[in-house]
Design a protein around this ligand. Structure first.
Ligand code: DX5
Ligand code: ZN
Length: 219
């Protein structure tokens, strides 16, 4: 369909943590491009996930870049520790950063790619002045905190508007979409301008996760 590279990033939030090693090995054998890790602090979102030691252990087996999505307040306190734990891409929330420009440049100076994420109620236009500095924008297509939620349809419009901004500003950041993504809406999301498809329950909840990833890679 398109010449652009489409990235698929399975979200390990929906993985079976009793068999995490096997799940990582399975993803290493898949067409997945990045491994998406959701970090939740129980404050920014009403859920708590996992932290540095799990990230480091995943890093030791993973043969893909770690795409770490921080759903935490005041992420500045921990940027260095996420770098040390093995994050390759570090995404912070727009809503959680008072000095976003400083946070983004610190992420980059620690050798990671920098992403900024927005919740469903935040307009992409608010990102205009940070866009020249980021490697990635993550559009949340559910209210963050949990896997397995229903995709919010308004996200298509947001991705289209963001893709248009990228074009008129002459920028090349990637557009990532996260929440309720599956083979059923992947093509429409890519057509709207998404480059990176995050999927948790659609991949890890499937009988054949590798097949689902393959479907999303070959739209
Ligand atoms: C939600 C997380 C997502 C989540 C997606 O707050 O950011 O990455 O794992 O799960 P699904 O794909 O099941 O909606
Ligand atoms: Zn996520």
């Amino acid at each position: 369909m398109s010449q652009r590279k489409i990235y698929v990033a399975p979200s390990f939030l929906s993985a079976d943590f009793l068999h995490l090693g096997e799940q990582i090995e399975m993803m290493n054998r898949s067409q997945a491009d990045w491994f998406h890790l959701d970090i939740m602090d129980g404050v920014f979102v009403p859920n708590i996930s996992f932290g540095f030691s799990i990230i480091s252990q995943i890093k030791s087996l993973a043969r893909r870049p770690l795409d770490v999505h921080l759903m935490i307040i005041d992420p500045d306190r921990y940027l260095e520790r996420f770098a040390k734990a093995g994050a390759d891409i570090l995404t912070v929330h727009y809503e959680a950063c008072t000095h976003l420009n400083r946070t983004v440049s610190q992420i980059k100076s620690l050798g990671m790619k920098a992403g900024v994420s927005i919740n469903p109620h935040i307009a992409v236009e608010l990102l205009q002045d940070i866009l020249p500095f980021v490697d990635l924008v993550l559009v949340m297509s559910v209210n963050p905190g949990f896997g397995g939620q229903k995709f919010i349809e308004n996200s298509y419009k947001k991705i289209r508007r963001l893709s248009h901004m990228r074009q008129i500003m002459g920028l090349d950041f990637l557009i990532e979409v996260d929440g309720g993504v599956s083979p059923a809406n992947a093509k429409q999301l890519v057509e709207a301008g998404a480059d990176v498809l995050v999927a948790g329950s659609a991949i890890f909840g499937a009988e054949n996760p590798l097949k689902v990833i393959e479907q999303m890679k070959n739209l």
